[in-house]
Design a protein around this ligand. Structure first.
Ligand code: FRU
Length: 660
């Protein structure tokens, strides 16, 4: 590792060559952790889906094995799980030599007898997972769907049967099935749609965990991966905590998206409603030649300015000299505590360049609130607390500041209510960064530890990441636990303990240090060598304080805390090579209150990734980055003065690449 390409991670699994996506078939068996994965044996983009294979005894160092399940003319081998069929319930082994059984999705090709169908199939191994036979009676579960995939199976001890979860992706549903022999499957129930539904549901996982370490008080956790529509944009993983009674999963904390009952000010169901829409096509500030826009998205011969698309109001500004448009709502009285908007768009805020397309709340000619959507692919609720404006008369205005570049905002609903809307940031997420997808857990781990792996990537740009001759990496394996946070059980996640076996001697330790105005420089990293930074960031009077890693003259990845927004963020907008895809540049954030004035961070930095474990693992943020190999700087900076850091330890991870 490390030698063939500067972006090759040192402590994260990558295949020697070619494309990889989801982890599959995670199982600990005979002292070996198996990692199978979605793999293209013939290229560095998605296709020819097969199961690759790697093994490890410590979850940190991996040995790639020969291809486990190759695609055929009839089927591509999509994601799935593996169980150890100890009592040979399947009959595919013998009592003395019980099999490992893989349940995977057959994605049938046009040259098969089931073109376009996705169904669940079996393969088995009698040599501990190194070579695999397909079961002759495949598929074992076919519901006639083209979107039925990603089986994950476990032995349900209380009932004495196997349970499978699988998704019907486009319906945003998880289906549960039971079986006595892994071959015949009986439908139990389904779950969904719920919480985030701005994309398809994929790769489900259901498991039980003690709450606060008490084995007599357990909950079931259902992980549902989602693409796109995650909290940070694109692919991500949400989870639900609840009960599984052997038939049905019941979450104990379910939110209705959107505001509580309220007064709908606009829904755009029939066009603009009574909003005034003006497209200033001649740039004079008044009505352009088209005056009030037609009720269609694009104006003749022009880029879209203000338009109506589906049941949404759209404002896009394109190019420096393009005309601008705006839309204004009728006046209304602020007689409730919240104004809620369903908004999307906002490419420019992501890149930090150019102008802004915004939705503004205007009172007496002044903009008092302003919103932009986070993603062009999905809309999310924004809530403004307007209790300080009670009784005032207001308008909403959708506008572009026309200062160049690309601005885009979508507005779907406006609702006045007494409480805030539930949006993506209110749901439970495994990770709040951009690159943590297809998360799924190991079966049969020692001490029943719940260990997950995930593909460290995002379908938005996964095919374009600048690495060669491989493409795709796994995030660090994590151990999951349930801890009571703010009155209900939630997942806390930390790197598995085995990471400590890679610890080098600390190169920097400090109890407490003020951050000078010029910044606090820590010793630079060794080129190509991963490291871990543990520290507490204390903003004090600073508006923002941030740990900067992979820092060079013109680049850094920033893990920071913003005091006004009360959020922990991961900003890779100037992290090095960001230009290979327009959606790559990003700043992601998780809402988080300070504890005793600080936030404790554990940050693992590899050549092309940054993983943040915050507040003991209560929130995590994972991002890919592609910095210059020479960008080895590490520093802390605070703006506005007054920040400090506490209990800082920096140490290298893994072997010294120079061999010293
Ligand atoms: C998730 C996914 C799965 C599917 C696999 C195909 O990333 O789309 O739903 O089984 O990848 O490679």
């Amino acid at each position: 590792a490390g030698a063939d390409h500067p972006h090759r991670p040192a402590i994260h699994f990558t295949p020697a060559q070619n494309w990889m996506n989801d982890p599959n078939g995670l199982i600990y068996h005979d002292g070996v952790y198996h990692l199978y994965f979605q793999y293209n044996p013939e290229g560095d983009r998605w296709g020819n889906m097969s199961w690759g294979h790697a093994t490890s005894t410590d979850l940190m160092t991996w040995e790639e094995q020969p291809l486990a399940l190759p695609y055929t003319d009839e089927e591509h081998v999509f994601s799935g799980g593996i169980v150890f069929d100890e009592h040979n319930t399947s009959g595919l082994g013998t009592a003395e030599d019980p099999p490992l059984v893989a349940l995977y999705t057959s994605a049938y090709t046009d040259s098969s007898e089931r073109p376009g169908i996705q169904a669940q199939s079996l393969a088995y191994s009698l040599d501990g997972g190194y070579t695999w036979e397909r079961y002759e009676g495949n598929p074992v579960l076919d519901i006639g769907s083209g979107e039925f995939r990603d089986p994950k199976v476990f032995w349900y001890e209380e009932g004495g049967y196997w349970v499978m979860s699988a998704v019907v992706a486009t319906e945003r549903k998880v289906h549960f099935y039971r079986s006595d022999d892994l071959v015949e499957w009986e439908f139990l129930s389904d779950f969904g749609p719920a919480h985030a539904v701005g994309g398809v549901w994929e790769v489900p996982d259901l498991f039980e965990l003690p709450v606060d370490g008490d084995p007599s008080d357990t909950r079931w956790v259902l992980v549902v991966n989602l693409n796109p529509g995650s909290v940070a944009g694109g692919s991500g993983a949400q989870y639900f905590v609840g009960d599984f009674d052997g038939t049905r999963f019941t979450p104990e904390h379910l939110l209705e998206p959107g505001p509580p009952d309220g007064e709908v000010l606009a829904d755009f169901e029939d066009g603009y409603g009574d909003w005034e829409v003006v497209n200033d096509l001649d740039g004079t500030g008044g009505d352009g030649p088209f005056g009030t826009a037609p009720a269609s998205g694009t104006l003749p011969g022009q880029q879209e300015v203000v338009g109506y698309e589906g049941d949404r109001l759209v404002n896009t500004f394109v190019g420096g000299d393009a005309p601008r448009g705006h839309a204004t709502s009728p006046e209304f009285t602020i007689d409730r505590d919240f104004v809620n908007l369903l908004v999307g768009g906002g490419n420019k805020p992501r890149t930090g360049e150019g102008g802004h397309a915004t939705v503004d709340l205007v009172v007496d000619g002044e903009v008092v609130r302003s919103a932009t959507g986070g993603d062009t692919e999905h809309l999310d609720w924004v809530s403004w607390d307007v209790s300080d404006l009670a009784g005032r008369t207001a308008r909403l205005r959708v506008e572009d500041d026309a200062t160049g570049g690309w601005g885009h905002v979508l507005l779907d609903h406006v609702v006045l209510s007494d409480g805030p809307a539930a949006g993506l940031a209110d749901y439970d997420w495994l990770d709040w960064g951009r690159d943590y997808y297809a998360a799924v857990s190991y079966n049969d781990t020692p001490d029943d530890a719940r260990v997950t792996m995930a593909w460290m990537n995002n379908w938005q740009y996964a095919q374009d990441t600048p690495t060669s001759p491989w493409r795709g990496a796994m995030a660090l394996p994590r151990q999951l636990e349930l801890e009571t946070v703010d009155g209900r059980p939630r997942l806390v996640q930390n790197p598995v303990d085995q990471l400590e076996s890679l610890y080098g001697e600390p190169v920097y330790e400090r109890d407490r240090t003020q951050v000078p105005a010029s910044g606090l420089d820590l010793p630079p990293a060794e080129p190509g060598r991963p490291y871990q930074v543990e520290l507490t960031l204390r903003p004090g009077g600073a508006g923002e304080i941030g740990l900067r890693v992979h820092e060079g003259a013109d680049q850094a990845t920033v893990v920071g805390y913003n005091t006004a927004a009360q959020e922990l963020f991961l900003d890779r907008s100037a992290s090095g090579d960001t230009g290979f895809h327009h959606a790559f540049t990003s700043r992601s954030a998780v809402p988080m209150a300070l504890e005793d004035g600080g936030v404790r961070l554990r940050v693992v930095v590899d050549t092309s990734s940054v993983e943040v474990f915050a507040a003991g693992g209560r929130a995590t943020l994972t991002d890919l980055v592609f910095p210059d190999p020479g960008a080895t700087g590490i520093s802390v900076r605070a703006d506005g003065g007054g920040g400090s850091v506490e209990d800082v330890t920096v140490r290298p991870l893994g072997p010294d690449p120079s061999g010293a």
